[in-house]
Design a protein around this ligand. Sequence first.
Ligand SMILES: C[S@@+](CC[C@H](N)C(=O)[O-])C[C@H]1O[C@@H](n2cnc3c(N)ncnc32)[C@H](O)[C@@H]1O
Length: 219
Amino acid sequence: MKRILEPELMLDEHQVMAYAQADFEIPHQDFMRRLSTWVNEPNFSGTALDLGCGPGDISYRFAKTFPLCTLHAVDGSSPMLNIAQAALSSDLAPRLRFIQGMLPTVILPQSDYEIIFSNSVLHHLPDPQALWQTVKNYAKSGTRIIIMDLLRPANLALAQKMVKDYTVNEPEVLQRDFYHSLLAAFSLEEISTQLAKADLQLQLEQISDRHVFITGVIR
Ligand SMILES: C[S@@+](CC[C@H](N)C(=O)[O-])C[C@H]1O[C@@H](n2cnc3c(N)ncnc32)[C@H](O)[C@@H]1O
């Protein structure tokens, strides 16, 4: 099945509210568990970068999991960032900063980061090199990269089955989003080709019927 693009930024207020209010406890907790296991440094005190942070649920989880870290979190959507920013408490504000900007042209406050992570963003990009170039622009030797995204099912019937299996209790707007995201996602082979083109040596692991986990350390 060919990839069908979905809108790059999430700008629609109704869609943004539904996404921000959705219960992502299980997948986001799972992302943090995998990330923490892989980073294996509970006292990490450097600066990390969250690419395509949306309403910030994972950004907050990261900042709380690593209480000594600083985190810069970027998104191109101001409705998303307004929600993320509204939840920022005074105790986290000194080390968690939300920044509006587009991958790959965003200019960030630091020239490089010790950890760069991203969840569920790659499939939004018309040109996937936007993510890989941003990773390269802001990585240095030793930067740890952790990325999770959806994988495109083989056909429409499988995509429809996944919507039924995994989002049946969610509002209709979220079910529609999930369906469009599955159709816009890449295959393992396509991601592998993208990484080769970007000259990034990262490891791909399929971790469920619909998720890929991508990790590596920049040399
Ligand atoms: C599905 S959401 C994921 C949000 C968050 N990472 C999470 O896991 O909940 C994808 C986000 O990527 C943002 N996005 C898509 N393309 C982007 C780009 N080129 N630059 C910056 N943000 C982008 C969208 O606006 C949206 O907020």
